[in-house]
Design a protein around this ligand. Sequence first.
Ligand code: PLP
Length: 426
Amino acid sequence: MTTQTKSLYERANAVMPPVASRATTLGVVKGQGAYLWSEDGKKYLDFASGVAVTNVGHNHPLVVERAKAQIDELIHGGHNVVYYPVYVELAEKLNELNGGNCKVYFSNSGAEVNEGAIKLAKKVTKRPGIISFKRSFHGRTIATTTLTASNSGYRMDYEGLLPSVYYAEYPYALRSGLSEEAEVARCLAQLDEIFRFLIAPDQVAAIILEPVQGEGGYIVPPKGFLQELRSICDKHGILLVFDEIQTGFGRTGKMFAWQHFGVQPDVLTLAKGIANGFPLSALVAKAELMDQWTAGTHGGTYGGNPVACAASLAVIELLEGGALDNCNKMGAYFVEELHKLKADYPQIAEIRGLGLMIGMECLDQDGKPDAKTVSGLKDKAMEKGLILLTCGTDKNVIRFIPPTTVTKEEIDEALRIIRESLSELR
Ligand code: PLP
């Protein structure tokens, strides 16, 4: 057999390690809007968006146009060497979107920018400790693997990670069975125990969390929880870091999820949807903190690549020009329709989320995580041309992450496939 007759999956398996696990075995050759086309010419409705990356749809014409124009001007200048217009323009825009008293540092990936956040927090506070949250996901480098607490498999054989990291409880009322208020109180009491038994608050540089947990299960915390964390950080001089790598850039119906909660972090980390697929990430932090990050104490070759910055400016223009509104409208419609589905399928325990970051959690008759229904639904949907992803520490949550530009017809098509798949699983 020649290589041409083999699928991309087969060819990849021969030359790539299994370490990068994939949700599907699909080989694709083209993307447009909410659709991907496979190597054998089949069209797929993509409600995974490359894991919340192509937030304005695959190959949005404006993103393509701006990226192409930038390629003609300058592909790489090197932000350690020179300044170039789109780099400064994007920093100015991100500062403006975050209240106007911030400075911005660009990197390439989510993990890299979270590393930067930890370094900044340590640099500014001169403290060793970091508090992260159970069920969190922050990346795959050694430091961000340490921060991550959603799956022991991610740490397996890598132990001896970053020291002085402690894990707090993230509110998850569906699982604890407590009321929202009691769940928040339980989590705050556990944080207080960390301070009393393990590390004093004046030794803590940063508290880092996702304002809506992604990988952990699309869990939306009560507003009061984030507000309380803000005041604890203020009281003890701890930096509050929001990892908005998945929640940012319109995913939740606002540019950033912190805007839903009225709680602004000291440090905000952004990646994924920032440039609709071009590798780019940004650390946005209060200017008074950034001014203490002395020259040469952090860096990188590719951060703030001109083509990625040009794409990001197009993404922001599209979100502000209507995609955010569409995200809110379509998110509300999708959730309403999913609630109708829930009424027919008792294994659907909860529909939750913000904007188009929607989780559907399944539990069995005994109230235990129902990963079987979720993986069955994901596989059946795939056969029928709908790409879905799962999440949750028990793999019992379907995450719906269509582009913010998705249409009602596309949501209806997805709902039809989901309903059909669930009925076949009965
Ligand atoms: N933080 C969150 C919340 C994420 O969802 C991810 C990726 O899934 C990361 C960090 C890591 O980003 P990257 O894969 O770009 O390093």
